[in-house]
Write a protein that binds this ligand. Sequence first.
Ligand code: HEC
Length: 199
Amino acid sequence: MNKSVKPVVSKLLGSVLLAACGTGAMAQPQAGPSTTGVEFRNTITGEIMNLDEGKPGGRDTEAVKVFKQTGENKYLSDKSCLRNGENLYLTSCSGCHGHLAEGKVGPGLNDNYWTYPANTTDVGLFSTIWGGANGMMGPHNEDLNPDEALQVITWIRHLYTGPKQDAVWLNDEQKKAYKPYKEGEHFSKDEKGQCKPLE
Ligand code: HEC
């Protein structure tokens, strides 16, 4: 009996809902933070952060969508993104963390020691960039939009010089292929990939 009743009921329900609310309203329960697969939490307070706040743009790229759903950074090792990430890192981060992320007033980001172990995942690192940590490590969501933050992460991961087995952010295949930055290495503005040259 179920077999014959169900389709009729759901069809009926569907058209009633459609008539009552229109398709926009029906889509609503799925919109908002609940469709975000990943929760981004402030590194210090643990509070959930709103990625809609901060510098405009860089929210509807494929990579940001995937990152918000799965925590996977699709830019890792993409040369066009490394090129952008280097520039963004040099503008926003290297003054405190050093040109090679070797550490200055801020801690080194190129070794396997992390004050906040969550930073060994790209979601954790993103959260620290977005919401800041203690003292001079302020939030960077006013100078970087989410897509740019992903590009900076890509660059920081490329500067890593520690043991490969501690590179939690790489899967086994990526670990095998991983080659850290070499002094003098240059990524040109013609590099093909997912990231358009910065404006
Ligand atoms: C004004 C100086 C300053 C700037 C600019 C700055 N940082 Fe920091 N950063 C710090 C300090 C100081 C700490 C240590 C804070 C703490 O331990 O809570 C820190 C901590 C961090 C940590 C935590 C490291 C760990 O071991 O867990 C990360 C990740 C980080 N910064 C990334 C960045 C990135 C990426 C940028 C650029 C977007 C940036 N920082 C810009 C000063 C700075």
